[in-house]
Write a protein that binds this ligand. Structure first.
Ligand code: NAD
Length: 277
């Protein structure tokens, strides 16, 4: 008997799907049988992601790229509409796009501008506009509306990317980022409770520090990297694909009794007092 693909024919939007965790998730989701909508502010990179799916995933279901700046409500509404217009339904919303601003610091040194940019929605560096909290809210809002209208009844899985810093204190401060990810976690819990009885599960993914462009740009010296590494029980930074596999589990019916959780994929950091020698 052929093995069943765990996301067979499900329709999934991945914000920030053109790079890092989002790109790896697009590949894993497609490999698991999903139609993927790569929603990214960088449409060229999103188009390349779709080409990568087609070239690297044998028998990948149709995937599409959509230009979407998650700091703009209309873009998120349009991305959800594109998914439903193209594939007839929405099963998975992975609100993954997020920002870590290089000028984010402690309570004394962080400017109100950086706080507002991170929390409210928009920051501009590397010519990109990015959003941590509002974009996740809007992603949930339009996804829930679409999932309620799914043929066959209300059903879906929403995954919001928070971070291990939403759970653990760090003496390497990024106060606006930490507050924004705490907000994502709290918002996810409440949404999960509100929608629990209508077949829509909502979970937060809490990655540990990863070897992605986002963090490696921020940790731009060996000393900064080592300062973190000492606290990771597994002795290495995580890989984006390890988050993607966890996101695929949360997206699939394999996690059918999991909602409202802070799903930690962090190499053991959040359970650690003393690291192994
Ligand atoms: P990344 O920088 O590698 O990729 C981010 C992607 O998002 C890019 O394709 C970019 O074009 C896109 N993007 C940026 N702004 C956007 C916007 N406004 N609208 C739509 N797309 C936008 O990032 P990553 O490391 O894969 O991080 C993904 C998520 O994981 C973020 O929410 C981040 O905060 C979180 N996270 C990352 C780490 C880490 O160590 N990298 C740890 C914990 C949590």
């Amino acid at each position: 008997m052929p093995a069943t693909l765990r996301l067979d024919k499900k329709v999934a939007i991945i914000t920030g799907g053109a790079s890092g965790i989002g790109l790896e998730s697009a590949l894993v989701f497609a490999g698991d049988g999903a139609h993927v909508v790569v929603a990214d502010i960088n449409i060229e990179a999103a188009n390349r992601a779709v080409e990568t799916i087609q070239s690297q995933v044998p028998d990948a279901p149709k995937a599409i790229a959509v230009k979407c700046d998650v700091s703009k409500e209309a873009d998120i509404e349009a991305a959800v509409k594109a998914a439903v217009d193209t594939f007839g339904r929405l099963d998975v919303m992975f609100n993954n796009a997020g920002i870590m601003h290089p000028e984010d610091d402690n309570a004394l040194n962080t400017s109100e501008r950086i706080w507002d940019l991170t929390m409210n929605n928009v920051t501009r560096f590397d010519a990109l506009a990015r959003s941590n909290v509002k974009g996740v809210w809007w992603g949930c809002k339009y996804a829930i509306d679409a999932m309620r209208k799914n043929p066959g009844g209300s059903k879906g899985s929403i995954i919001n990317t928070a971070s291990f810093v939403a759970i653990l204190g760090a003496a390497t401060p990024q106060i606006a980022y930490t507050a924004s990810k705490g907000a994502v976690l709290a918002m996810t819990r409440e949404l999960a409770m509100v929608h629990a009885r209508e077949g829509i599960r909502i979970n937060a993914l809490c990655p540990g520090p990863l070897k992605t462009e986002l963090l490696m740009k921020f940790l731009d010296t060996p000393e900064k990297k080592e300062r973190r590494m000492i606290h990771i029980p597994m002795g290495r930074f995580g890989e984006a694909v390890e988050q993607a596999r966890a996101a695929a589990f949360l997206a699939s019916d394999d996690s059918s009794f999991i909602t409202g959780t802070d799903f930690k994929v962090d190499g053991g950091i959040s359970s650690c007092y003393v690291t192994p020698e």
